[in-house]
Design a protein. Sequence first.
Length: 117
Amino acid sequence: VQVAESGGGLVQTGGSLTLSCAVSGRISSILFKAWYRQSPGLQRTLIATIETHGGKINYADSVKGRFTLYEDNAKNTMYLQMNSLKPEDTAVYFCMAKLWGSQGDSWGQGTQVTVSL
């Protein structure tokens, strides 16, 4: 399984941005997918997940009500709609696919999101 993010950029405070995560390969081996972010000097943190079976979505408290995770299964693409962006949302955003059993995880290269004052 391979994942690849796109859609990052520079946006003003209060603005919106949508990230994309294109998924390819053995998609049936994916247990769930997730968005993470990492700000300079900080650990990578989980911000949203979607289960493959059932489609349950969970959000971190820091983004709940502002970010929306959704999928287009026809395009094998996961999205992260980000609204009401704040400077503290500035980070590199990563897409991750968790695989069943001991197959491990697949990570993208990350996409930079910068929110200016």
